[in-house]
Ligand binder design. Structure first.
Ligand SMILES: O=C(O)C1=C[C@@H](OP(=O)(O)O)[C@@H](O)[C@H](O)C1
Ligand SMILES: C=C(OP(=O)(O)O)C(=O)O
Length: 429
């Protein structure tokens, strides 16, 4: 039997992207930074322990975290391999950070991370002078040695990736001269926003319709107090759950709505979702609101591929919304989803089909014929491939399915949203 409506008020944990950056920039400032609202998920904790092994002191202080940074240029050589767990962001951003520090390091990760492409950061960082010995196919385990002094570059991103952009900008912080990243399509801009709040002069200009982001290194970062807003990617699971479960009426408090991240809410509203932004305000330099979500009939849409970078992690849960909509949802231009924690196009196509949805997998997207609001049959066992977003998306689909769905392992959820299952049970009871 489908679950009861989602009601009440909930708060999702802090933004994962912002949490990684707060720790990294805190470690690069000389003196003490304080972070409130840090996501205490495994991915962020992997960043923290890597930074500790390079000399930063990172500790919990009441509800906050404090970081005593070592400064740009003075990171210590880590004694052991840096274990990045499941986290692509930790790996790629820290590779950037180390690329302009003249120290060697080795990166390792779990089976999922060890399949993901690192060539996309190796390419620009090699041009800056760092050297890399990856595993065959450009993957982890990977050894690298940074270059000091590194060479400034101008780099045009061949894929829309905030991780690649951020890796180059992190390397730029200890590189004498002007390093510029050009992004043809805007990606999440938390690095640019937060570097400014640490006192770095980040120049952003329009060059022939593309965004050019420049940093003149070497830079000094001054310690900072950071408030991390709630993660819009985590909130999206609840926004979809409340949209598809009849009679739901839920408020999700304190959700970051940075325009480079809020594509899922634009897409859901276009499908007919009833999502209101309450108390719009700014938290830690980021736009934030409370989201009031009520059940509503959804309609299939054609998702404009241009919106993809602003909702890149939310496609799995958008596919769930599409499976309950009236009519067809068509997505395209999503090749990047194949190189996340799992191949998210194939994993979601298989998972939704096993729950009774009608899905066609194309090379660069899914085409989904919705149930018109009727519950799916459910009943299948979902293979999550060590991918937290597949696990959470299918848990949401299970709420609106006759027989629920079984998930092979909920463990990966701990990487980004440790209290997800409790919060879902609480909101739906
Ligand atoms: O910079 C970041 O914090 C992130 C960027 C995105 O990855 P890509 O840069 O690979 O698109 C996203 O999928 C990831 O969850 C977090
Ligand atoms: C892709 C993701 O993260 P990462 O690249 O940091 O592993 C994600 O959280 O969906």
């Amino acid at each position: 039997m489908p679950a009861g409506p989602l009601t009440g008020r909930i708060r999702v944990p802090g933004d994962k992207s912002i949490s990684h950056r707060a720790l990294m920039f805190g470690a690069l400032a000389v003196g003490r930074s304080r972070i409130s609202g840090l996501l205490e998920g495994e991915d962020v904790l992997a960043t923290a322990s890597a930074l500790r092994s390079m000399g930063a002191v990172i500790e919990k202080d009441g509800q906050d975290w404090i970081v005593d940074g070592v400064g740009v240029g003075t990171l210590l050589q880590p004694e052991q391999a840096l274990d990045m767990g499941n986290s692509g962001t930790s790996t790629r951003l820290l590779m950037g950070l180390l690329a302009s520090h003249g120290i060697p390091a080795t990166f390792i990760g779990d089976a999922s991370l060890s399949r993901r492409p690192m060539g996309r950061v190796i390419d620009p960082l090699s041009t800056m002078g760092a050297s890399f010995t990856p595993s065959p196919g450009g993957t982890l385990p990977l050894a690298m040695e940074g270059m000091q002094p590194a060479v400034p570059i101008t780099y045009r991103l061949p894929v829309a990736s905030a991780q690649v952009k951020s890796a180059v900008l992190l390397a730029a912080l200890n590189t004498p001269g002007i390093t510029t990243v050009i992004e043809p399509v805007p990606t999440r801009d938390h690095t640019e926003r937060m570097l400014r709040s640490f006192g770095v002069d980040v120049q952003v200009e329009d060059r022939d319709g593309e965004r050019a982001i420049s940093v003149h290194g070497p830079c000094d970062l001054r310690p900072n107090d950071i408030v991390v807003p709630g993660d819009p990617s985590s909130a999206a699971f609840f926004a979809v759950a409340a949209s598809i479960v009849p009679e739901s009426d839920l408020v999700i408090e304190n959700v970051g709505l940075n325009p480079t991240r809020n594509g899922i809410y634009r897409a859901l509203r276009e499908m007919g979702a009833n999502i209101e932004y309450l108390e719009q305000r700014e938290v830690g330099g980021e736009p934030v609101a409370d989201l009031h979500v009520r059940h509503a009939p959804l309609s299939g849409i054609e998702v404009d591929p241009a919106i993809a970078p602003s909702m890149i992690d939310e496609f799995p849960v958008l596919f769930v919304a599409a499976a309950f909509a009236e009519g067809t949802t068509v997505t395209s231009g999503l090749e990047e989803l194949r190189v996340k924690e799992s191949d998210r196009l194939s994993a979601m196509a298989i998972a939704l089909k096993s729950a009774g949805a009608q899905v066609e997998e194309k090379g660069d997207g899914l085409v989904i014929e919705g149930s018109g609001g009727r519950p799916l049959s459910g009943g299948g066992t979902i293979v999550t491939h060590l991918d937290h977003r597949i696990a959470m998306s299918m848990a949401v689909a299970g709420l609106a399915s006759e027989n629920g769905v079984e998930i092979d392992s909920t463990e990966p959820i701990g990487t980004s949203f440790p209290n997800f299952m409790n919060l879902l049970t609480e909101a739906a009871s």
